[in-house]
Write a protein that binds this ligand. Structure first.
Ligand SMILES: Cc1ncc(COP(=O)(O)O)c(C=O)c1O
Length: 380
């Protein structure tokens, strides 16, 4: 995290890679054109690849990385996806499926048996993929996230990855919520990992970027080709901003996770709160699994307030230190009522999602408490 992606240490050399603003390169080298490669991308790819235990490719956004994976599948592709996966992923799937390019099934991925049953129904049947050709996704794809977004269910990734592989499917894990510091899906057998680097990896809510990592050379080659053909590339300046942000990922995570755990604990005892969803709480159904699979319980806390959607909206708009807004993973705490986006019909009313930042815990709690109690202004 700190030392990869640095120029070689010759005397007088800068310790940071420069922002290489060039659309073309002198011929004869590895990079010829700015849509195929860039030295600033390469530095950040070295860091993400090193952390995930594979080779990484940078994309112009998380969704561009996700779309590149889907576009790399043979047509028609076959995908099994968690019902609580990022809503943008499911909206993209619906869009691509609507154009006949793939078919997908949504499942409750907390139920491993039901998930593998859906995988086996998709794999092997008449007109369905056989997995024989061995190219990426030719036997279908299982798309996973853990913890899920925004319900924060914890998924048994190793069991599902192994089961899906036995059925001939490849497995992609969206690791945005954990980052490789908390969970390394490639070590668990996943074929590829995707990231919205917009979130924790960059950490300051100042860029929109994405990445894919894989330890399968065929997958990396296919995705590099897709990036070059479709052109969903990152700007060199944005890549540099990500590189600067990722250097401090570990310390940001440490503080944000500690804050998240404390807010979850206090929220669980708050009279206005119906239910808290945070894997670090012993009463969370995925607590034991998270303890086994993750190196920490993460920076996200979801909770339901009494009084439903209207009450939740009031809480989100009642904060004064936190920011009411979407996205996650920045140093500043964000709060958002979920269920207000398309493809979120499955969510309970009154659900709020916190992306917990690095502020002082008592400031965060004072703000949340006053918003929950509808306290008069002037507290902070
Ligand atoms: C889990 C997850 N994956 C992917 C994305 C998409 O990333 P981006 O917004 O960088 O395109 C998001 C964005 O919210 C996300 O939360």
């Amino acid at each position: 995290m700190v030392h990869l992606g640095r120029p070689t240490g010759t005397p007088g050399a800068p310790i940071n890679v420069p922002v290489v603003l060039s659309s073309t390169f002198h011929q004869g080298g590895a990079i010829m054109y700015g849509r195929d490669g860039n030295p600033t991308w390469e530095a950040v790819e070295e860091v993400i690849g090193g952390l995930e235990g594979g080779e990484a490719l940078l994309f112009g956004s998380g969704l561009a990385a996700i779309a590149a994976v889907m576009e790399s599948l043979p047509v028609p592709g076959w995908i099994v996806v968690g019902g609580d996966a990022y809503n943008g992923t499911r909206r993209l799937l619906a869009d691509v499926a609507g154009r006949g390019r793939l078919r997908f099934r949504t499942v409750d991925v907390t139920d491993a048996a039901a998930t593998l049953d859906a995988c086996s129904q998709m794999a092997g049947g008449p007109g369905r993929p056989s997995g024989q050709s061995g190219s990426f996704g030719s036997g279908g794809l299982l798309w996973l996230e853990s913890p899920t977004n925004p319900l924060l269910d914890v998924i048994d990734l190793p069991a599902l990855i192994e089961g899906a592989h036995l059925l001939g499917l490849d497995v992609v894990v969206d690791n945005t919520f954990c980052t490789p510091l908390l969970q390394r899906p490639l070590d668990m057998g996943a074929d590829a990992v995707v990231h919205s680097a917009t979130k924790l990896l960059s950490g300051h809510s100042d860029v929109v970027l994405g990445a894919v990592a894989s330890n399968r050379p065929d997958v990396v080659t296919a995705l590099a080709k897709r990036r070059s053909l479709h052109g969903a590339i990152a700007g060199p300046l944005e890549a540099w901003i990500l590189l600067r942000g990722i250097r401090t990922l570990d310390v940001r995570l440490e503080r944000s996770q500690a804050n998240a755990a404390e807010l979850a604990r206090r929220l669980a005892g708050h009279p206005s709160v119906e239910r808290v969803r945070f894997p670090g709480l012993v009463e969370h159904p995925g607590h034991e699994l998270a303890g086994r699979l993750m190196k920490g319980f993460g920076t996200m806390v979801s909770f339901e307030v009494k009084g439903g959607a209207g009450a939740a909206e009031e809480v989100a708009l009642g904060v004064r230190l936190m920011t009411a807004g979407t996205s996650l993973g920045g140093v500043e705490t964000l709060i958002e009522r979920r269920g207000r986006w398309e493809a979120e019909e499955h969510l309970p009313p009154g659900l709020l999602r916190l992306s917990v930042g690095i502020e002082a815990i008592e400031d965060l709690w004072a703000d949340l408490d006053q918003a929950l109690l509808g306290a008069p202004a002037g507290l902070l």
